[in-house]
Design a binder for this molecule. Structure first.
Ligand SMILES: Cc1cc2nc3c(=O)[nH]c(=O)nc-3n(C[C@H](O)[C@H](O)[C@H](O)COP(=O)(O)OP(=O)(O)OC[C@H]3O[C@@H](n4cnc5c(N)ncnc54)[C@H](O)[C@@H]3O)c2cc1C
Length: 408
């Protein structure tokens, strides 16, 4: 793939970090013919997968980028999530009536999502993608941002490039955010999980299954290539037991499925955390994706929220490039207001979902079961749950929204 610096050292837009959010933003800018430099410190593509769930609003966004078919053709369309408690099947949540053209959650390993987004960059000659390049210093000027980049593929050569606008999509630890001096809060939820992707022999097809019991919580999602992800909550006593044997025992105990001996990915241990930032821009630098907000992965909203940042920012960057200096602040405040509000809403949902899903012990579990069964079987709330989990009612999720100047 052509990944060479453009001979012109002055870029309209530079994007730091080619995770899913930076890659999608580069695609959108390429679609608009905007010259942009995308840099990524990793020299190689990833082969692991964290994010798997792509929600209907994100599929709408990918449709705008002309990528929805490539994604949906590779993924699994999850139309139903079955919920179990200590007494067995408690009910289910169906996505097939939600008000969207996509009536499912698509599961696709993050590595495949990113590969598809990276390959699509080849259609956009205005985008230059440079791997093995790390942002090491940022300096803001009146008319541009000066970025010092290091080639980390061997020779440690450094180079300084200028960009009119720089977007930091460099993840939860965001060096860009640090260099901008933006204040942020980072807090753990105090819980830990283990997960791995196994060969799928459950016979559950494209259904997701969620187990909320007094002995713990377990989530199971279908993946392409006849695989299935299992995610188990570790309780205090088992915090050290991050081995695959423990996940397999817990799966057997909670779901009755024996997955021991099946082919599987390496086990992955994670402690969810949340990050909120005080603002999304400073001078000529803007944050998006995990650099701008982190929420618990339980609920699968982080990448989806980042996709919505990318789509909105892609519609604002042409305005920033074309409008006068005096109008920039209003445009950037619009982005800041809408995207921080959307992230707050997604973060609150994931916190609530985690809280409900992680109560253990007989008493808490009984109360949760009574509530779950009421809601899933009878309550009018049932109709609202599927759009809620599909992220349809996150604020400012509508596309083709009014741009700068309208904060409503
Ligand atoms: C277990 C788990 C499961 C998840 N499941 C879901 C899910 O189902 N759905 C969902 O929506 N979200 C999910 N998430 C969250 C999702 O993975 C993140 O929100 C998403 O990866 C954020 O994308 P990003 O592009 O903003 O950042 P990242 O994916 O972190 O990418 C940032 C990139 O920037 C690069 N970088 C960093 N510093 C520099 C530098 N100085 N110079 C150049 N490059 C740099 C990094 O190498 C990296 O490639 C999950 C997370 C976890 C941990």
């Amino acid at each position: 793939m052509r990944h060479k610096y453009d001979t012109n050292p002055h870029w309209p837009v530079m994007i730091v970090g080619a995770g899913p959010v930076g890659l999608l933003l580069a695609n959108f800018l390429g679609q608009r013919g905007i010259r942009c430099l995308l840099i990524e410190k990793r020299a190689q593509t990833i082969d692991w997968s964290r994010a798997i769930g792509i929600t209907p609003p994100s599929l709408e966004i990918l449709r705008l980028a002309g990528l929805h078919c490539e994604m949906t053709n590779q993924g699994v369309k999850v139309q139903e999530a079955v919920v179990h408690d200590d007494r067995g099947r408690a009910g289910s949540l169906s996505f097939n009536q939600i008000p969207s053209r996509y009536r499912f959650i698509l599961t696709l390993p993050q590595s495949k999502t990113m590969k598809t987004l990276e390959e699509a960059l080849q259609r956009h000659p205005s985008v230059t993608f440079q791997r093995g390049t790390e942002l090491i210093k940022l300096q803001s000027g009146e008319q541009h941002v000066r970025a010092k980049l290091k080639d980390i593929t061997g020779n440690n050569r450094t180079e300084t490039v200028n960009a009119q606008w720089l977007v930091g999509t460099d993840g939860a630890d965001s060096p860009t955010r640090k260099m901008m001096g933006i204040h942020f809060k980072r807090r753990p939820y105090g819980l830990s999980f283990v997960m791995a992707d196994y060969e799928d022999t459950t016979g559950w097809g494209d259904e997701a299954h969620l187990f909320f019991t007094q002995h713990g919580s377990l989530e199971s999602f279908p993946l392409p290539d006849k695989k299935r992800r299992w995610i188990a909550l570790l309780d205090g006593e088992n915090n050290a037991k991050t081995d695959k044997g423990w996940l397999e025992q817990q799966t057997l105990l909670l779901s009755g499925k024996d997955i021991a001996g099946l082919r599987c990915s390496p086990i992955f241990y994670f402690e969810p955390e949340k990050i909120s930032v005080s603002r999304l821009w400073a001078d000529r630098t803007i944050l998006a994706g995990d650099a701008a907000h982190v929420m618990s992965p339980i609920g699968g909203q982080g990448m989806n929220t980042g996709f919505a940042d990318a789509e909105f920012l892609a519609s604002l960057l042409p305005e920033l490039l074309n409008r006068s200096e005096s109008e920039h602040e209003e445009i950037l405040n619009n982005y800041d207001f809408r995207r921080r509000r959307a992230a707050r809403s997604a973060r609150r949902r994931s916190a609530l979902g985690m809280w409900v899903g992680t109560r253990t012990g007989a008493r808490a579990s009984t109360i949760r079961s009574v509530l779950l069964r009421r809601i899933l079987l009878k309550s009018p709330l049932r109709e609202k749950l599927a759009p809620h989990f599909a992220m349809l009612n996150i604020p400012f999720n509508r596309l083709n929204r009014p741009h700068a100047g309208f904060i409503n």
